[in-house]
Design a protein around this ligand. Sequence first.
Ligand code: NAD
Length: 497
Amino acid sequence: MATVAAPPIAKIRNYIDGQWQNPPAGEWLEVTNPATGEALARVPLSPASAVDQAVEAAAAAYPAWRRTPPENRIQPLFKLKELLEKNLHELAAMVTKENGKTLVEAEGELRRTIENVEVACGIPMMMQGYNLEDVASGIDEMMIRQPLGVVAAITPFNFPAMVPFWFLPYAIACGNTFILKPSERVPLAVARIFELLEEARVPRGVVNLVHGSKAAVDALLDHPKVRAISFVGSTPVARYVYARAGASGKRAQCQGGAKNHVIVLPDADMKMATQIITDSAFGCAGQRCLAVSVAVTVGDAQKTFADSICEAASALRVGNGLEKGIQMGPVISPESKKRVQSMIDQGHGEGAKVLVDGRGAKIEGGERGNFLTPTILDDLPPESRLADTEIFGPVLTLIHAPDLDRALAFLLRSSYGNQASLFTSSGAAARRFRYEAPAGNIGINIGVAAPMAYFPFSGWKDSFFGVEHGQGRDAVEFYTEKKVVIERWAAEHSRKF
Ligand code: NAD
């Protein structure tokens, strides 16, 4: 029988100054499908010289782009929205292949991507300043917003398309030129989106894409022509990026990791709470920064909720996200799978009972994939190390409190503050929770409290370093500099005309 040669693996290229190109040097990394282990592509780990090229291209494009009227700057974004809608299914399949999340989850991600493009199209309104006549007799004062110049974003693996769009559309609509350094683990969908940006006729140099890892990030952080850095990823790297960007005088917004709590009160609608918390904890295989990781049950909710969540978690269909009916995909890499398994071991060692055990999952046809099934740990001692460690996998921990006061105390103790949720039918309890919960994104009977694009994607404590967040009005604040002008014109000159 004749053998057929396997097709060569595609090489992903950088997009700099309107040209698709290989970096001048550096290594290449294999990108694999986490559900099958199949090699999808090779991505360059670009050296500092490629970053330098991108920064010079962005700097050269800046003067003309900044002078382009905002109304004209948003025209390519309208076109991009149309192209993203048209290619949504193709892009979602790419996200599923490179990241592992299900097709339904990937389509949801693409919708959120598009939503950010739509909101940025409002820049001619959102970017306006304000003014006042006669701050003193015959003197007027105004605040105008101007773009910063060259700005950059560094993004994580878990939302390959959406997270870059918390930044890109706002940055360029405000008149900046932009460089993206996406996660080297998921470079495919974003590369395709850059083709769409090209098709939407974003002028050359206005958006640039440089693949890579630490060397490329460090080159952006140190480059004197980069004015601002947006980062999303784990807390240790967020802290590092914030410090290093600050050391070279850049403004920075750095979103970090999470350990999100949900409190379930006994008066909650248990059926609804179970369904929503199951999706929050195990959707995207627990690899959402807003995934619920700890459920604190209060009073009688302990028994009712534990029983129902164990049943729901055990019933989830785990497998290749491209297949119909699959509700949870694999985790991103074999290393991630190992890390999550060892954290479950650690929780067990620290005193937790393993009510549902996802270690050693056997998925038919998924032998080469990074599969775990949902895990539920019960009664993890609150003072254990795991209680405040981000797991970033499909593991939910249950802890118990006699009342809301003591349930809130668990949240106050956490070093993270990305999201906190409450399930209840009491308005008074909900108001108290909203008032006191120490987190930036709050859900009341909501499992994934992801802000819409016209609200800031908040985050507190070790989940965020900076002042202005991504999305909405915060994005406009971040990507513009305020200039205040005070004007006097001698009245007699106007009488000449
Ligand atoms: P990561 O921190 O490993 O990587 C994020 C980015 O930083 C990537 O582009 C990567 O190339 C780069 N990077 C990694 N190590 C670096 C280093 N030592 N020096 C410089 N750059 C480095 O994060 P990840 O594993 O891709 O993503 C998962 C993490 O992101 C989780 O902790 C999750 O909670 C967090 N996250 C947070 C939010 C949020 O809104 N707060 C959103 C999504 C993801």
